[in-house]
Design a protein around this ligand. Structure first.
Ligand code: ATP
Ligand code: INS
Length: 384
């Protein structure tokens, strides 16, 4: 439930819909010490890609160094004395099986933290605290809680620590962080199944909604007095990077548009599944996005007669949920929507792609392989 009383004094028109807070980064995907792909990264970039794609207005606060090399929709704060955050993701060091970990991440450089004074004064409806490299400070999250009606947090912003020698990302228990006391004041905490073991879900669900994503199994939503599994969508996984971020983007885009939590989580699952099918930051086919928006619109129309406060999350599974899943699945699987990412080449210029615009073309991964899970099949240079 959105509890902020200040929210009641603002009309939705006066507010930014979604405020995304987290640093952009450079992602380098590695296998056997070889660079397989480079891409714009950071939860903020994956989330804004989805939220923009769903035509939901948003604002973004991010910091980078002067070395930041991707054009982006939301101008970041450039810190001349700092470098852009860089992550190397090692896929061959990953541990599969029970202790699921799809990749080992190393933070190679870290940009400055985002401070309360970097945040806009204006209120936002939904705030998203989505740091990747330790840039969200407790006081920053607290300020977001004060200025947003509802705050959504990715646990990776709270529990990551970084090896002081090689930057390897490690996780600490949520209860041992300075963020713990703020949990009763946030709306939703999202964690992957790997991260969820670093919190006591039974305890945290008393204070806020907990969403645990679980790769190709979909996700599970826990709230104070209930829980619900949300089914996945089929995907041909090439790179898991950003699946959780895109999930959160789709989830929030659904909630902003008035969907109930289970339906919004389906939208999250859909965008997670679309993301793993491409290497790096995905580009979504505009026709697919239009079909998804149409399905969301149709779903909203089904509930026009229901009285629901704009500031209240609805957890119970609404009638027609399975049908909504099927409709989104049909939208996803209708050709030619399930397209593969195009390899990045310097010739992917705006002029050359004018007839078939490709959003975010310049931010696409510079691909050196078809999947981060396999031996290199084809290099860009080797392509006919
Ligand atoms: N292989 C897959 N097939 C179908 N859907 C997937 C697959 N992998 C991920 N998803 C979707 O994306 C969501 C998020 O994935 P996941 O649980 O792997 O997040 P994550 O580990 O936080 O990802 P990352 O850290 O790479 O951003 C899942 O809940 C699911 O809906
Ligand atoms: O771009 C990625 C992505 O945002 C992942 O969710 C995050 O875990 C990584 O640190 C980041 O490099």
């Amino acid at each position: 439930m959105v509890t902020s009383t200040a929210a009641a004094h603002k009309t939705p028109q006066q507010q930014t819909r979604v405020l995304i807070v987290g640093n952009y980064c450079h992602d380098v995907l590695m296998q056997k010490d070889t660079v397989k792909a480079e891409s714009l990264g950071g939860a903020a970039s994956f989330i804004s890609n989805v939220v923009n794609g769903m035509s939901v207005s948003c604002n973004l606060v991010s910091k980078v160094g002067e070395d930041f090399k991707y054009p982006v929709d939301f101008t970041p704060i450039v810190i001349p004395t700092s470098k852009t955050t860089v992550f190397h993701a090692y896929f061959d060091l990953a541990i599969h099986g029970n202790c699921h970990q799809d990749r080992v991440l190393k933070r190679v450089s870290a940009c400055d933290p985002i401070r309360p004074s970097d945040l806009p004064d204006a209120r936002s409806k939904f705030g998203m605290a989505v740091g990747v490299g330790g840039e969200i400070l407790p006081e920053t999250l607290e300020r977001m809680i004060e200025t947003c009606d509802a705050v959504f947090v990715d646990i990776q912003a709270l529990i990551r620590v970084f090896d002081c020698v090689d930057g390897t990302v490690k996780l600490v228990k949520l209860g041992e962080t300075e963020f713990y006391s703020l949990l009763p004041r946030i709306e939703v905490l999202k964690a992957s199944s790997e991260e969820a073991v670093f919190m006591d879900v039974e305890e945290v669900r008393k204070w806020c909604c907990v969403v645990v994503t679980n790769g190709k199994e979909g996700c599970k939503v826990y709230w104070k007095d209930g829980e619900l599994g949300i089914p996945p969508f089929l995907a041909n996984q090439k790179d898991p990077t950003g699946a959780g971020d895109s999930f959160l983007g789709g989830f929030v885009a659904g909630l902003v548009q008035g969907l109930a939590v289970p339906d919004a989580a389906l939208l999250g699952n859909l965008f997670g599944s679309l993301t793993v099918e491409q290497i790096g930051l995905p580009k979504f086919d505009s026709r697919l996005l239009q079909r998804v928006k149409d399905e969301v619109q149709r779903r909203k129309m089904q509930f026009l007669h229901c009285e629901r406060s704009e500031y209240e999350l609805e957890f119970l599974k609404p009638d027609g949920h399975e049908q909504f899943h099927a409709s989104l699945g049909a939208a996803k699987s209708t050709p030619p929507f399930s397209i593969q990412a195009r390899p990045w080449t310097p010739s992917n210029s705006p002029k050359e792609t004018e007839q078939t615009p490709i959003p975010h073309y310049t931010a696409q991964a510079k691909l050196l392989a078809n999947s981060v899970y396999e031996e290199p099949i084809q290099t860009v240079e080797g392509k006919p």
